[in-house]
Ligand binder design. Structure first.
Ligand SMILES: [Zn+2]
Length: 293
């Protein structure tokens, strides 16, 4: 049955945290693309989804952020996009066994459409193939994540809407501009609502970035511009390079401490992006439960 987004109104829904780092803890080799394990180690991918559900996630995302022709080509997996995306959804569905919703992750290609350095039809075809495969595998919605350019959001929206029956969450990465509420390409929350709502986005979001603090203002600006549901998954602070590795400064309690302000600003879906773990989600869960009490 189709997902009814109205079921998410009037409550706070806990989503999940980072996936790649959890796979790394389970032995994914450094430099390997996390999506490789949809093919080679589906048990570990399912294990991560289950860990998030155990921590309190009511929505888990599929391990398919990089399922686009450009990212996969760099790992000699370009011909296996649909297989990787369909398995991502099927693995998550089987792992959570209806204890949580499964939303399909589609990340930014990292290509700038505005510069014309990439063929738009090729980008569209990649988004369409990923979305169809995620729907086939059992995803209930599509999350366009870590987008920074409006043109890519709109192209991806069109590809998903024209090729699936799934609702779409349009989530961009903010952190630029004087108060951190614009994307690196200068896109504001109001612009996202104005352009992406008519193109069929059902939910507006902010993910990744420099930590929860500027996302309080981003969510406020979204909320002032729309009555739609709002999705937020900040990073665990601004990553710091230590011994060649990105280290995220916010522990679970520090991260969860920002949640009441995000909820007060108008967020409906709350989770984490880079640097967040099942411990962070469990802390968010505890905090949200105490807010309801
Ligand atoms: Zn992130």
């Amino acid at each position: 049955m189709a997902l009814d987004l109205n079921n998410f109104r009037g409550r706070i829904t806990i989503t999940d945290g980072a996936c790649g780092t959890e796979l790394a803890k389970r032995g994914l080799p450094a430099g390997a693309i996390p999506e490789l394990w949809n093919l080679d180690n589906p048990a570990a991918v399912g294990d991560v989804a289950r860990a998030y559900v155990a921590a309190g996630s009511e929505v888990v995302l599929t391990n398919s952020f990089n399922a686009n022709p450009f990212a996969l080509a760099g790992h000699e997996l370009a011909g296996r996009l649909e297989e990787i995306a369909e398995k991502a959804a099927a693995i998550a569905r089987a792992a959570v066994n209806s204890a949580a919703h499964v939303f399909g992750s589609i990340g930014s290609t990292g290509k700038v459409l505005m510069m014309g350095d990439v063929d738009e039809q090729q980008v569209y075809n990649g988004f369409a193939a990923a979305a169809r495969a995620l729907e086939r595998g059992g995803a209930e919605a599509i999350v366009l994540e870590t987008m920074t350019e409006l043109a890519e959001v709109l192209l991806a929206l069109r590809a998903v809407r024209e090729n699936t029956a799934l609702p779409v969450i349009a989530s961009l990465t903010f952190g630029s501009g004087p108060d951190g509420t614009a994307t690196v390409m200068g896109v504001t929350p109001e612009q996202v609502v104005r352009e992406a709502a008519p193109a069929g986005a059902a939910v507006f979001g902010a993910n990744c970035g420099v930590g929860p603090e500027p996302y309080i203002r981003v969510v406020q600006r979204y909320r002032a511009a729309t009555d739609a549901l709002i999705w937020v998954k900040p990073n665990a602070g601004l990553p710091q390079l230590k011994n060649g590795r990105n280290v995220f400064p916010m522990d679970a309690e520090a991260f969860a401490a920002a949640v009441p302000a995000l909820v007060a600003a108008g967020a409906n879906f709350v989770g984490g992006c880079c640097g967040t773990t099942p411990e962070h989600i469990a802390a968010v869960r505890r905090l949200v439960s105490s807010m309801k009490a």
